[in-house]
Design a protein around this ligand. Structure first.
Ligand code: UDP
Ligand code: MG
Length: 318
């Protein structure tokens, strides 16, 4: 029998997790009679009773596995841990808040099975229920990053997707520390089909992403998959050199013709401020890349596990 691994990253999801499990089980019983299942719940250093919830579910159901991190490592790390632990022939990534409808899963599976795709991704066509300002910046972000990067990022694409084992292995092989999954999924290639659906609001609990966190994530995405900002800073530098050169010529000619009237002190100050601002900005861009390189070079683990269901098993055996 073929097996599907369902990976769910959870950060403070004590309310949503049982609801998720119920709904997922309902769908499994209804649509996946013919298949083996495995749930991998990754507790990303939750501060509430999420881990206890997972253990409860584990007691009830052998298909449930869990991984608990030593602290909050972020959703990217949680998804990576899940992928590494997964054993299924097909793997799906889902949120615990039921914003990724499990009911779509059969359709996704059929697409892979019958139409020869390696991956089926989902994208939201609406952003209903989201603050408008957030949608606006999200749209901007996708416009900018698609101009700057060779890798295509699909607007509204969610992390919810079903992949074949082959693709999962390709992703596991990308062991970079600064992970930006949307980019990694595109980077590995394979044939992906997109399914569209309307945005669903979360069932319980609240979003873990503040505006600030999203902004940092966006910068992460750009620096991880594009070096265009570095080119932009070089171009701006060259442009300013040319302008300066033209101004020198203008001033020399003016001095030769009209003598040397000492005026222009205020405009000089403005120019100095402007140019040093640009310099600092470009230095900041270079700093971004340097810091990313620094973190990669240190080769720190992407996540650290505190406990999993495996210890439970070994305890029982000894
Ligand atoms: N999440 C996580 N670690 C974090 C933040 C979020 O594992 O540091 C999980 C969270 O529990 C949820 C999923 O990522 O299952 C998506 O988070 P959320 O629903 O808050 O994001 P949104 O849907 O609002 O973008
Ligand atoms: Mg959500």
């Amino acid at each position: 029998m073929e097996k599907i691994s369902v990976i769910v990253s959870c950060y403070n999801e004590e309310e949503a997790l049982p609801l998720f499990y119920e709904e997922m089980e309902r769908v499994r019983k209804q649509d996946f009679e013919d298949m083996d299942f495995e749930y991998i719940f990754v507790d990303d250093g939750s501060k509430d009773k999420t881990l206890q919830e997972m253990k409860e579910l584990r007691k009830k159901d052998n298909k449930v596995r869990y991984i608990s991190f030593s602290r909050n490592f972020g959703k990217e790390a949680a998804m990576y841990a899940g992928l590494e632990a997964s054993t299924g022939d097909y793997v799906t990534l889902m949120d615990a808040d039921l914003q990724d409808p499990p009911a779509l899963l059969r359709q996704m599976y059929n697409t892979i099975k019958n139409e020869g795709y390696d991956c089926v991704g989902t994208r939201r066509v609406t952003r209903k229920g989201e603050p408008p300002i957030r949608s606006f910046f999200a749209r901007m972000f996708y416009k900018i990053i698609n101009k700057m990067s060779d890798i295509e990022m699909v607007d509204g694409a969610r992390d919810y997707r079903l992949m074949t084992r082959q693709m999962v292995n390709a992703i596991i092989n990308m062991k970079e520390y600064n992970r930006y999954s949307k980019g990694l999924f595109s980077f590995v290639g394979f044939k992906t089909k997109w399914i569209e659906y309307e945005n669903v609001e979360r069932v319980a609990g609240e979003t873990k992403w503040s505006f600030w966190k999203l902004l940092r994530y966006a910068v992460e995405g750009i620096t991880a998959f594009s070096t265009t900002p570095l080119i932009i800073s070089s171009v701006v530098g060259i442009l300013f050199c040319i302008i300066a050169f033209l101004m020198i010529i203008v001033i020399i000619i003016r001095t030769l013709i009209f003598g040397d009237p000492t005026s222009g002190w205020p405009s000089m100050v403005c120019i100095i401020f402007f140019v040093s601002g640009i310099q600092l900005f470009c230095l900041g861009i270079i700093g971004q890349y340097l810091s990313k390189t620094y973190l990669e070079v240190k080769n720190r683990p992407i996540y650290i596990i505190r406990e999993t269901e495996k210890e439970e098993i070994s305890k029982k055996n000894s």
